[in-house]
Design a protein. Structure first.
Length: 271
């Protein structure tokens, strides 16, 4: 699926009686973070006209989850603006919803997904249009710069994204670096790519959703390491908006299945 087709996806009006989408973002003291989330919500409303979209934050920004859930006047599905199933997804968001007394279906995190790869492609093509060429990608090494996590499964998921990105997009090499966890850091990954015989140029691509401290740290490290190209963060790309709607639709479908009379009867018979 090409970026052009992804960005030109037609709008899908919301079905009558659809639950609201409660987008739960991490939050940051950096005002660019909330601005990026607001722009992403704008994409959601363009792609799904009539869908009731509310935003809540775990930390730093307002409104917080209890403030938003208290004023929701209809059923809702919580959709985390998170890439991996790390601590925020496994513990913080469910705990915040419980504390707020909000018994809401919780959609899955964003990764992995081909739409994330498409968003990464878009950001690199914006930074360096020549990287749209397969021949240029075959000579380019990319640093996929993530936040990093203390959860080994989350870091393994990031490495799997890097491997899939290289396999499906034809990069000469893709190295993972981390901004906040144990190494490798961006300069280490850039240096490793420079040593690869097939790599002529190096690009750094943040695997992060919104601006803030960690993306700034990655950008500074990329400049210091003399990377040839530096991409922007993923929000607010249309691919990311489409992926959020996909996770919302999946959770909605699962909720309908779980509450269908036949499903309830089956559970009662097998309990």
């Amino acid at each position: 699926m090409t970026e052009r087709r992804l960005s030109a996806a037609p709008a899908t009006p919301v079905a009558a009686g659809s639950p609201a989408l409660l987008l739960i973002a991490h939050g940051s003291r950096d005002p660019r973070h909330a601005a990026a989330v607001a722009a992403l919500v704008g994409h959601l409303r363009v792609l799904r006209p009539g869908l009731d979209v509310a935003t809540a934050y775990l930390d730093h920004c307002a409104p917080r989850i209890p403030q938003v859930t208290a004023r929701l006047d209809r059923a809702a599905i919580a959709v985390p603006l998170l890439l991996n199933r790390a601590f925020h997804a496994k513990h913080d968001i469910p705990a915040a919803l419980r504390t707020a007394g909000a018994d809401l279906p919780l959609a899955d995190v964003l990764g992995p997904s081909p739409l994330l790869l498409a968003a990464l492609d878009r950001r690199l093509a914006e930074a360096a249009p020549e990287l749209s060429s397969p021949a240029a990608r075959a000579r380019t090494g990319v640093v996929l710069a993530a936040a990093g996590s203390s959860d080994p499964a989350a870091d393994a998921a990031t490495r799997a994204v890097a491997a899939e990105w290289r396999r499906t997009r034809g990069w000469a090499a893709v190295e993972v670096a981390y901004a906040s966890a144990a190494g490798p850091r961006v300069p280490d990954a850039v240096a490793a790519l420079r040593r690869a015989p097939t790599v002529e140029r190096v690009a750094v691509s943040p695997y992060l959703l919104a601006p803030g401290l960690l993306p700034d740290r990655i950008a500074e490290a990329a400049i210091e390491a003399a990377a040839d190209h530096l991409a922007d963060v993923l929000a607010p790309t249309p691919e990311l908006a489409r992926l959020l709607l996909t996770r919302y639709d999946e959770a909605h479908a699962a909720t309908r299945t779980a509450t269908h009379p036949a499903a309830r009867t089956h559970r009662a018979l097998t309990a």
